[in-house]
Design a binder for this molecule. Sequence first.
Ligand code: GLA
Length: 396
Amino acid sequence: MVLLGFFLRIITLVLSLTLTQLVDGFQSRMLMSNGLALTPQMGWNSWNHFQCNINETLIKQTADAMVSSGLSAKGYKYINIDDCWGELKRDSQGNMVAKASTFPSGIKALSDYVHSKGLKLGIYSDAGTLTCSKTMPGSLGYEEQDAKTFAEWGIDYLKYDNCENKGISPKERYPKMSKALINSGRSIFFSMCEWGQDDPATWAGDIGNSWRTTGDIQDNWNSMTSIADLNDRWASYARPGSWNDPDMLEVGNGGMTKEEYRSHFSIWALAKAPLLIGCDLRSMNKDTFELLSNKEVIAVNQDKLGIQGKKIKKEGDLEVWAGPLSKKRVAVILWNRGSLPANITARWAEIGLDSSATVNARDLWAHSTHSGVKKQLSALVEPHACKMYTLTRSKA
Ligand code: GLA
């Protein structure tokens, strides 16, 4: 009898442990519950080019240009207003108000306009008492009220910044807005802009649809490359529903060469980063359009497997970045970060292919296919340039 009781107790313990592990496992894999961001967000944001010089005409013209240029048809759908859209003071009921001098028609009218173009409207607030420009209030302590206001205005996306935060942990401040958005009655994408300070990749998976992993990008090669490296450390945390965000694109803003911008766009695409255009869409030139509209590169970013590609080899300034795609394909970038032309090689074992595999290598920028490639992929790459491929195993 004593022995039976002992065994029963052991069995109960084992069962309860297994159950706990199952629940834990389930929770840590739980998707961001708003069901958005199955692939990284694509669109435009006002900050990188315009900073605080924004108004409703600019936003409308940008929506027009997004459609007339053909970029919306490539998948860019969010038109995101960054900082400086509101009055410094809330109204007598404590509501945020659009700045009368620059957004006289109000945000609801703007969202109606943007929606009429088949696009979505994003807005910006801050998990502190003021936004980073200090020209308007943040949402700390007003999370529910502001989320309701945004929902009433027809907002589809919130970028939520980290200034004037009173030293309160982001692990307290960000979940409040996440919950408020979910309870707002509207489906609103939650883009956390906490600059990677408290390693959000490790705790924000079921709070945000994306989280910044770094400080602000600048429109130059050093900033772009160092941000790519910082973001790369968190690759294993990205997944459908919630993505690492190395900040918005600078393509088209003039501070880098065409090849540098090609590298920027290619690496962001492979890293499953948000593709948020940061230039003036109304006056973009042919080169900028060619880079931003490459549907083969965009397809790598939007691949439904949703695994972030990463740096898999570095020999001095010569790097190989790669990651798996759906249908057992592999995306590869050969990136020359040095100042002389050089040959770069990716060997099959390094990028997750069997050494016996024969592949078709689609060059995503030249739009040409090399068939029957065995063992490795090699190319001569110009300084600060990259080559980007999708490798598909041949049937034979
Ligand atoms: C912070 C953010 C930027 C931008 C500005 C606006 O610096 O990281 O992306 O939103 O604030 O003031």
